[in-house]
Design a protein around this ligand. Sequence first.
Ligand code: PLP
Length: 437
Amino acid sequence: MVNNNTVPGHKPVVETFELLESQVRSYSRNFPAIFNKAKGVQLEGEDGSKYLDFLMGCSTLNYGHNHPVLKDALVDYITDDGVTHSMDMHSDAKERFLFEFHETVLKPRNLDYVLQFPGPTGANAVEAALKLARKVTGRTNVISFTNGFHGVTLGALAATGNEHHRGGAGIDLGGVTRMPYDGYMGADIDTADYLDKVLSDPSSGIDAPAAVIVETVQGEGGLNVASNEWLRKVARITRKHGAMFIVDDIQAGIGRCGSFFSFEAAGVKPDIVTLAKSLSGYGLPMALVLINREYDEWLPGEHNGTFRGNCHAFVTARAALEHFWRDRKGFEATIARSAAQLEQGLRSIASKAGSSKLVLKGRGMMRGLEMPSGKFAAAVIKKCFQNGLIIESAGPNDEIVKCLAPLTITSEEMQSGLDILGKAVAATAAEHERAAA
Ligand SMILES: *Cc1c(COP(=O)(O)O)cnc(C)c1O
């Protein structure tokens, strides 16, 4: 079986993965198909079955699968023998990306960041951000928040809350103090005040931090949303105590929450921003650390990595900025329309769930429904898959069904996905009521 893929007519089978791939595989367990084609919101199985993709690489494919404009740019670049890999030597692909990023993203928002290209994953960006903050401040402690997710390499994992992921470390995870996220203690308690209090008290036992790292909407943590006011307050408190304010915009950024950066509505200017997932726009690995120019204290090569210059990703990332973000207002309006449809659709699904109480979570195109339990959510996800919708869960008990449809989705496609989700929720709620009776 292992060798017959060299034989013409080899047909891929799920058993190959079961035999040869580590138990660590995860998403494939919920969606046991073999996919071979993708276009826009659609994924196709090799048996010809079609699926709407509301997982989208966990917000890695905000412009959909294989967007034609990005694909053409990439194909042209490859056909012309453009440089694929150049360590961090200058390439025209990188120059064009830097130039476009400055013109289209930084300049109009009045942001004076320098760009660091770490290794190509989100965790690489977080590691670099935390290292730099520690270096600049000479402090070791980092504040992160309950239910935060920042990646699974050891430095980033220390800042991540999830017990299952932390359990994989096999070593003490240090150097991070957890604080309650906005709303964690209920609506009446302002957790930013608590942060200020413990950082102001020399005997609180919380060491002065190098950085405070935060997601504006917690992607893996369950679509918890920080209010604009809370974010502004946390940014103020962070600076008051001499720490770097880091926004991890890896999942919530690149349009997912309605604007290029998720923190634009709050009007904060982080000292450091991490980006990855949808940055290349095509699913190609690419990560970026934006650093306030004042704090760019890196020595040459002090933090390095072999894959710091994925030229193919530079090409598609630049094409995406050009195509979608040069007309910022136009694209923001498109996202807002889809987000409104999504919100309305999810509200309607929740209102028809009978005695099962569902709660709307998230903001923008990063929305979901909190189900009564993880088991309930798993049943919903399974029914969705059987009916042609790929959708995943998040949250401490995987109880939040999370919609990460592409930002470019049409209203018909959105409605089709919502219809499948609605039927799956209604059927699961009915099963629950029968079981309870
Ligand atoms: C996905 C994610 C990461 C980690 O990115 P990887 O590419 O998986 O290493 C970090 N922070 C946030 C907010 C994420 O959603």
